[in-house]
Every structure is written in structure tokens, then in C-alpha cells.
Design a protein. Sequence first.
Length: 289
Amino acid sequence: MPELPEVETVVRGLTKHIVGQKIKSVKILHPRSFVWDHSMGPIQPSITDLTINKIYRRGKGIIINLSKDLSILIHLKMTGQLIYVEGKSRLNFGHPDPNFTLQMPSKHTRVILSLSKGTLYFNDQRLFGWVKIIPTNEIPNDKFIRNLGPEPFDLKFNLDYLWPILKRRAKSNIKSIIMDQSVVTGVGNIYADESLFLSGLKPTRLGIKLTQKQAAELIKNIQGVLKKGIKYMGTSISHYKTDEGASGKMQNHLNVYGRKGLPCKNCGQPISKTRLNGRGTHYCHTCQL
């Protein structure tokens, strides 16, 4: 699943190419991938002829504000991707897999938005992602949005906020805490491993065992590694690519993730890998305590 830097890169790419365009038509190829807010009634609302005004991110969700107080909320989940085609130009957003991006629409295309200048395809191989129509003023009340914690760059995400959570969750390891989207949103497996390495904290360490100084340092490193991820337009460990179809470059700047057996950049000892809460977890057994 893409993390905050990857989703932010998608948002910036979409903004560059489709803001200002009108939606000419919507074609739904799989009903599971396209839903609408129940407050709008039992009939599928029309977004035809509406203009795309703004695109932004909340956590790992993509929000496209339209005219007439409607919005499109998108979550790519594990295999979702957005492909924008305009003339001979083809731009990949998200998880481009050559098995289902060579020809549009493909057997994995779920929703097609025909725009005034081009076409936006929502593909999803495993059908976990979704496209949702929602009144703009109802976005904060959406089930996905309302359960999200603060953005990592929000002023609210500080020691006064995190410290009571660490004390309250006495049996939780620190990695599971910072990956909990209700605690802080946008941090996934890659950036959790990286921020914990920079903080010198072993992922299995209980959050309650951190000192206030360590907790403050962790907050700073979460923010720092996410900013770096945005700068390098995300990682391309799996299938993620930037809006121009190029691979993100953050994988070239990782300290532990994906480096099992390779020497630690700090101490030279081999990087370890274990399973923690069902996720592959990378750390240095010497530098992280």
C-alpha cells in the first residue's frame, strides 16, 4: 500500500494534469469499486459536467473537489492505480504493473472518467481500492476520514499528544503504535522502519518504555523521513511510480528497509529482518535498542 509520500506525489501529479477539466462521463466497470455516500440517497449521483477544482490528500486518501459541492474520494489500497491518457501522453499514478497497464481499458480497469482533455482510468487488480462520490461538506464525517489521526506535519502531532498514547498502550510495540492510522496518519511499513532506525529504537520495543526525549526525537524523525520521501517522490520497492511514469527515488536513500543482510550504514553490522504484526520489519540489532 502506498504511504504518505507516494500518495502526496500522486496528488501533485494529478493536480498538474487534470485540475480545471470537466467530467464528460463516468463508466463503472465493476460496482464494487464505485460507491457513493448514503446521505445522497439510493440513486447513483451524477458528476457529469462538473469541474475538477482542487486535489489534496488526507492520510493515504486522495480527495478531488468538484464544482457543485461534490467530491471524489479515492483509496488505492494494495494494487490501485490511476492512469491518465491525453492524446499520445500516458501518465501512471500509483501501482503501475505492466501486466495491466499496457492497454486502456484493461481487464483490471474498474472506473473510467472521461474528461474534457483526456481520460482517467482507475485500475485495481485485487479490488481492495475504491472511488467514492461524497458531498464535500460530508468529507470529515466519512467513515474512512473520521477515523484518521492527525497528519504527521500537523502542529497537533507533538509530544503532548503522543506521550499519553504511549503510556495508555502499555502492551503495544512502538512500530504498531506509529503505524496505527488513528494515532498518526500516512505512516506505513517502509517509513516506520526508517524513522525507528533514525531514532535508535528497536521496532519491538514497547512504546511505554520510551523516554520523553526519545518520543520527541521519534516525532522529529517521522516528519523528517516523510519529507525526504516526498522530496524523492516515494519509493519503488514494488510497483509504485510517479505521475510521469518514472520510478520514485526514495529507495536509494533507505537505511534499513529492504536491506536484509547488507551492512548497516552506521555500524557495518548486517541489517536484520523479522516479522512483526504480520509485516516484514527491518532494523539494526546494534544501533537500535
